[in-house]
Design a protein around this ligand. Structure first.
Ligand SMILES: Nc1ncnc2c1ncn2[C@@H]1O[C@H](COP(=O)(O)OP(=O)(O)OP(=O)(O)O)[C@@H](O)[C@H]1O
Ligand SMILES: [Mg+2]
Length: 583
């Protein structure tokens, strides 16, 4: 983790990073010369009643001001362009990185924290970059020039600075050291706040239906309050810097007036010199203040930078291995094998979600996985397209470990309808096209037909051009499931995984979908997860999961004869259905 990583983002603007310091020096030199010229006007021009000298020197002062203003404008232009530009590149890079993250990586950061990092933290970096390009050089240059000029005017009087600069520097250092840890905590609290907002908005329907608005408001209020508290603490400390500076500045001026006044009375110093000396004292102290502001901003940026670099430095936990890149295996048939697979989500939690799973699935067959909720059915199928990697053991497709396919090939050939599926805002066509960007309208219609979605899509006034809201809010749960299935079918996958994907459609429609799949996807291995036995009893093979373990596998008839757990599920469902019919 190092600042070097920012070089590629800064490089396109390197011109600006060279020009701004030069402009700053021009600006500072012009500004620092002003008191000197002023003192010449008083001590030479006015004293000798030399009017042309006064005009000449005054004209020079005006000229210097104009140059300073121009340099300053140039500085603002270049520093804004460079900072906005580099951070735009940076934001793109973070987004690209996040796209390469596995589910496990996103779990680790939390999506709320990622979104704060890509917006708020980069924003802070941008502001600080711009400010520091303008202030960082200015403060030290001004400090050095002003000290030098003050010494040339009167070295004795300049001794006052030998006291006030260290005192001021020390108190600024103390305050910054105290205030900085608060900034890091502030970002963390902002993360939390964002997390609450995100969760609330995604689940706004649940919140409303459980009438939990008051609770949510309270939760948000509390997080907001905590953020404010920390922000107040941080700025409280920082704001202290100003009065302390003011105090030291005024004390220094009083000291200059005291000692300098005595010198003027003793004829050892000119009035003009005295005036310019006070101006330099003020410039010196102001530049110290600027320096402290820059330091504060930089350390605030350091907190944000650390968070940004954490994202950029995260190596995606699921990548193409060397084997995959060497061979570029092609997924041909879609036979699947699990060999003693163990799996857990979190290395810190020793409990395995899947334990010692072994089974084979023949290419082009239909396999069902059944089991109680929490039995780890979804966890199991997620290992096939490598949404997660098995902790121990191997998952193979056509005899080749899934790790040895490139992710592009693997996921390109596997379509998965996730249990918690999402659609995107856009038309139905747009959403279906996710399955195959080049699909024709005819192909999309065909896929929708197999998924039993064509009829309801046609019933919309705009048909396939109907616009879905974010996440498909304006269609029913069962309609959403069928669109997701159509999207997956369109991919013409070698392996199709349906994780509880027909839970919200009625049994007749479900049967039609099943028959459609059988008829059209003859060269596809299909894995179905379902709760209803009726949905899976026709499968070539049924795998019964219980608490992360395979307790039985076989056809419906075999299991009904031999497997206790399967019989239990079967009879409980048959019994229930009969009971419902009698009612
Ligand atoms: N992302 C995750 N991180 C950590 N633990 C998880 C995660 N997802 C699931 N689990 C845990 O893994 C176990 C199995 O969950 P899984 O979702 O695979 O069950 P399931 O059989 O699909 O259940 P359901 O029928 O309700 O969908 C559960 O105990 C759950 O707490
Ligand atoms: Mg599940």
């Amino acid at each position: 983790m190092s600042l070097k990583q920012y070089l590629p983002f800064i490089k396109p603007f390197k011109q600006a990073f060279f020009i701004t310091p030069v402009l700053v020096i021009i600006d500072v030199v012009c500004e620092v010369l002003q008191p000197r010229l002023m003192s010449d006007i008083v001590d030479v021009g006015i004293k000798n009643s030399d009017l042309p000298y006064v005009y000449r020197t005054g004209g020079l002062m005006v000229l210097l001001s104009v140059i300073a203003i121009l340099a300053n404008i140039g500085n603002i232009y270049y520093s804004s362009r460079a900072s906005v530009g580099s951070v735009t590149h940076l934001r793109n890079a973070i987004f690209r990185k996040i796209q390469s993250f596995s589910f496990a990586d996103i779990d680790r950061f939390s999506s709320a924290s990622l979104s704060t990092r890509i917006t708020n933290d980069t924003n802070i970096l941008q502001q600080v970059l711009m400010m520091s390009m303008r202030l960082m050089f200015r403060a030290p240059f001004m400090l050095v020039f002003a000290v030098l000029l003050a010494i040339t005017i009167n070295a004795e009087l300049a001794l006052i600075l030998a006291f006030s600069i260290p005192v001021l520097g020390g108190s600024i250092y103390y305050l910054l050291k105290k205030g900085l840890p608060y900034f890091a905590q502030m970002q963390q609290r902002l993360d939390r706040l964002n997390g609450i907002i995100q969760e609330n908005l995604t689940n706004v329907r649940v919140v409303k239906s459980f009438v939990r608005q008051d609770y949510e408001k309270k939760k948000f209020g509390m997080a907001n309050e905590e953020l404010m508290e920390m922000a107040a603490k941080a700025s409280g400390v920082v704001i202290m810097i100003l009065p302390v500076m003011q105090l030291i500045m005024n004390l220094s001026i009083v000291a200059v007036v005291w000692f300098g006044g005595n010198k003027i009375i003793g004829d050892k110093m000119e009035v003009g010199q005295f005036m310019s000396f006070i101006s330099y004292i003020i410039q010196i102290l102001i530049s110290l203040m600027m320096l402290s502001m820059t330091l504060m901003m930089l350390s605030r940026a350091a907190a944000s930078s650390k968070r940004v670099l954490e994202v950029l430095d995260q190596t995606p936990s699921l990548t193409d291995g060397p084997e995959a890149l060497r061979h570029h295996h092609v997924l041909m048939k879609g036979g699947i094998a699990f060999r003693q697979v163990w799996f857990r989500y979190n290395p810190d939690n020793p409990a395995y979600v899947l334990r010692d799973i072994s089974f084979e699935i023949r290419p082009h067959s239909t396999v069902a996985i059944i089991g109680a909720t929490g039995a780890a059915k979804s966890s199991l199928v997620q290992l096939i397209p490598r949404l997660y990697d098995a902790t121990k053991g191997a998952v193979l497709i056509d005899g080749i470990p899934v790790k040895d396919y490139t992710l592009k090939e693997l996921r390109g050939q596997i379509a998965m309808v996730l249990q918690k599926n999402e659609l995107f805002s856009g038309t139905i066509y747009d959403n279906l096209r996710w399955g195959d960007p080049k699909a024709s309208e005819e192909e999309m219609r065909q896929a929708a037909e197999i998924a039993q979605a064509d009829a309801f899509i046609r019933s919309f006034p705009q048909g396939y051009h109907a616009v879905l809201g974010q996440g498909g809010v304006n269609i029913s749960g069962g309609q959403k499931q069928r669109l997701c299935i159509a999207r997956a079918i369109l991919k013409k996958p070698k392996i199709l995984i349906l994780d509880d994907s027909t839970s919200a459609v009625d049994t007749a429609t479900e049967m039609a979908i099943r028959e459609g799949l059988k008829k059209y996807l003859t060269a596809t291995t299909v894995i179905i997860i379902a709760q209803r036995i009726s949905s899976i009893m026709h499968a070539d093979q049924i795998i019964v999961l219980e608490d992360g373990q395979v307790v039985a596998k076989g056809t419906h008839e075999e299991l009904l004869r031999e497997s206790n757990p399967y019989q239990e599920i079967y009879y409980s469902q048959v019994y229930q259905t009969k009971e419902n019919e009698e009612k």
